[in-house]
Design a protein around this ligand. Sequence first.
Ligand SMILES: Cc1cc2nc3c(=O)[nH]c(=O)nc-3n(C[C@H](O)[C@H](O)[C@H](O)COP(=O)(O)OP(=O)(O)OC[C@H]3O[C@@H](n4cnc5c(N)ncnc54)[C@H](O)[C@@H]3O)c2cc1C
Length: 492
Amino acid sequence: MADAGPTALVWFKRDLRLRDHAPLAQAQHFERAIGLVLIEPDWLGSPECDPRHVAFLLDAVRSLQDELAALGLPLLVRVGEAVSVLEALRREHGITHLFSHEETGPGWSYARDLAVAAWSRQQGVLWREWTQTGVVRRLRSRAGWARRWAQRMDAPEAAPVRGFKGPPGLWPDPLPTWSTLGLSPPLLTPPPAGEAVAWETLHSFLGGRGRDYRRALSSPLTAESGCSRLSAHLAFGTLSMRCVHQATEAAMLGTPDRALAYGLRGFASRLRWHCHFMQKLEDQPNLEWRNLARSVDGLRAGDGVHPDGVDQERLQAWCEGRTGYPMVDACMRQLRATGWLNFRMRAMLVSFAAYHLGLHWRAPGLFLARQFLDFEPGIHWCQMQMQSGTTGINTLRIYSPAKQALDQDPLGHYRRQWLPEWGTPAYPSPLVDERQAVAAIKQQLYTLRQQPESRAEAAAIQQQHGSRTSGLPPTARRSRSARPDSTQGSLF
Ligand SMILES: Cc1cc2nc3c(=O)[nH]c(=O)nc-3n(C[C@H](O)[C@H](O)[C@H](O)COP(=O)(O)OP(=O)(O)OC[C@H]3O[C@@H](n4cnc5c(N)ncnc54)[C@H](O)[C@@H]3O)c2cc1C
């Protein structure tokens, strides 16, 4: 095409919003600007992706397209491999600048970013990326990380977007259908997505739902309404972490309701954890595949060392919620039906897979990734390892399903809701003997941890990935120490 002057392409990834969007803010200074959402075959074909994620994304894109069109920016939605789509757009529209946010994703997205970087150098397209979380690229040391997180989150939002000059005659693309994507529609209808819904969810939490947060978050009976329910919005970026942080700080300061302020303080520190875990994946991308502590390699089948594979029968029973442990099975049924589960019950599911069933975390982790609408690779894989005892540095946490049932669902309402066959002959008997199974693997892990090599390795892991809160302002430090839920609290 004829040289039409500088043209910016804003590549939306996990940042499907208008507000606090630095690439968009930058693009509005350009002679011509275009938006792009790429649906990549590598994503659709990855073992972590489920149609529910695609449906949520498309819903968010639908409203984003309308809002951007009203501002003069056509949002294209292309299905294809990144470099070919970008090159086609460069040829067609004379793209000179590519703007996007940094992403800390699974291996395939890292490989794609390398390919895009090579393409942009070759074609002389200037690719600029902005941060949108607390994750620091090429981090040398964890010292001072928490302070940097606070600085980023306290910084002013990106400039508001006011209007664009899109190339004349270019319109937003129609959204792809399930058949063009080669997928079947999801079995569950995900909750509504998009920026407006994300803000409504945040406001309802900060305006009152958050009052009981600390008490509500552990039981599946209360967590659905008592937790913020922002995780999928954060994962797809319909809301920025900075906006959530700043709105939370303002709500805490502004409310005369002390119970609400107390609840919100508990919530505020979780936002830092989000980035803290993502930072680990950024620093060590292979933790999505292999044990962080190599000293536990070989402990469970399926970890690449053991000659046998994963016990498919056990895995299948766990995935389908028919282990014969009612609390475990009810949680799995809720997750499959809704795409969400509270932290403690997620941890219990993984602990059961790892200790009771002896399954290595990778296969259960892939299954859970497909179920969680909020799948965020950095958090997910770190938590999978942490709850399976393979980080080398965290206290081993083995959840007893019976104790969790007693504490979190004493009257059985939750189990009856999700497990109608519980108490009838149709409900299976326990798949394994809890005592025997747990005692054996616990002993193995404790013995391993005593070995001098394991201790040396743990010290190195702590040095590279351990949480350091020094450098945070006193209120942030206080809210960390006032944390009520110690199971969430042991960051590694
Ligand atoms: C095995 C396992 C896998 C998990 N996978 C994911 C995942 O893929 N994506 C995800 O967002 N969370 C994950 N979590 C963490 C946590 O369970 C969810 O963030 C939380 O349940 C989401 O609901 P919410 O937004 O209402 O949380 P809230 O309790 O309201 O917390 C607000 C936000 O803080 C962050 N947060 C809360 N708890 C944690 C935590 N323990 N670690 C890191 N960040 C936290 C999340 O961004 C969350 O949206 C996982 C936990 C476990 C045990």
